[in-house]
Design a protein around this ligand. Structure first.
Ligand SMILES: [Zn+2]
Length: 306
């Protein structure tokens, strides 16, 4: 039987459509048995604890800069993933460890060390877009979904305990409670790749070159000089990270370039902050890869006054 011309034509059209310039990789949220509201509640409680324990920077210029950058990324997040219940915040922390993290439902914390290690706004924006992707894809509660016996009420405290306890990497060895929280925010390589790809897509829509994300990973790796910084231990490299980010970038149309004129003054302002008490003040942090922020159950340095 001779196929009719339409049957010959149709697969070709579909193929052309799937190879089109806008054929970005489709990133689907993993299975999740929690509600959006539970993400938000958990993140809000954990964030309150982090704010009590961490040396939060109170500087209107830095706040405005970080908030502006964060909101620019959120504004171009895929609407189907950006639930209206999410409560975003972008909080600068006076720690020199190259780290940033986001809690379920939206609260994001960015260390001074992350900004001062970056050479362009796109690099900071890349890490923030990657963190935002974890929030959008609800990876924290997706992790909890994979495990047995988590109680929603306990999760926020466990997450906060792990974050505040001086680093997720260290927390593993400090008991099952903290190990649990560590595990909740330590992402699998599958989730990492999802956050990289969705982060790259968000960057392009916000007017940044997604390859800046790959460059920031290289910067973090270079600055760590053999000691993996906390960020890399909780966001493990799925392998070929730079390569697949570049491949994704080639599929994306980058929007009109973002105005990055605020980056240099903001970075200078971060660099001029007083070193937080109780930390090494070095770019690398302590030999464990984390700047000490105290130990579990002990007071931590007071927030720096600006
Ligand atoms: Zn990650």
């Amino acid at each position: 039987m001779t196929p009719c011309p339409l049957r010959l034509l149709l697969p070709g059209l579909l193929l052309a459509a799937s190879l089109g310039l806008s054929a970005q990789t489709r990133v689907e949220p993993p299975k999740n048995r929690y509600t959006i509201e539970q993400d938000v509640q958990m993140g809000r409680e954990a964030a309150a604890e982090v704010r009590r324990e961490y040396p939060i920077i109170n500087d209107p210029d830095i706040d405005a800069y970080l908030d502006g950058l964060g909101k620019r990324l959120v504004a171009v997040a895929p609407p189907e993933l950006n639930h209206p219940q999410f409560q975003y915040s972008f909080t600068p922390v006076n720690l020199t460890d190259i780290n940033a993290f986001a809690l379920p439902g939206g609260p994001m914390f960015v260390n001074r060390g992350m900004v001062t290690a970056a050479t362009t706004e796109g690099e900071v924006g890349g890490v923030m877009a990657h963190e935002l992707a974890h929030v959008l894809l609800r990876h924290g509660t997706a992790n909890a979904t994979k495990a047995q016996g988590f109680q929603i009420g306990a999760l926020a405290g466990v997450i906060a305990g792990a974050v505040v306890g001086g680093g997720w990497g260290e927390a593993i060895s400090q008991g099952s409670q903290l190990g649990l929280g560590t595990w909740l925010l330590k992402y699998s390589r599958d989730y990492e790749k999802q956050a990289d790809l969705l982060g790259a897509q968000i960057m392009a829509r916000a007017g940044y070159d997604p390859r800046d994300l790959a460059r920031m990973f290289e910067t973090i790796g270079r600055k760590s000089k053999g000691t993996p910084p906390q960020w890399l231990s909780s966001h493990p490299n799925p392998g070929n990270r730079s390569q697949y980010i570049s491949q994704e970038a080639a599929l994306l149309t980058i929007a009109a370039a973002a105005d990055t004129s605020g980056f240099a003054p903001a970075k200078a302002r971060f660099e001029a902050l007083p070193a937080p008490r109780g930390t090494t003040g070095s770019a690398r942090g302590s030999s464990s890869g984390n700047v000490a922020v105290g130990t579990v159950g002990r007071p931590v340095p007071a927030p720096a006054r600006t």
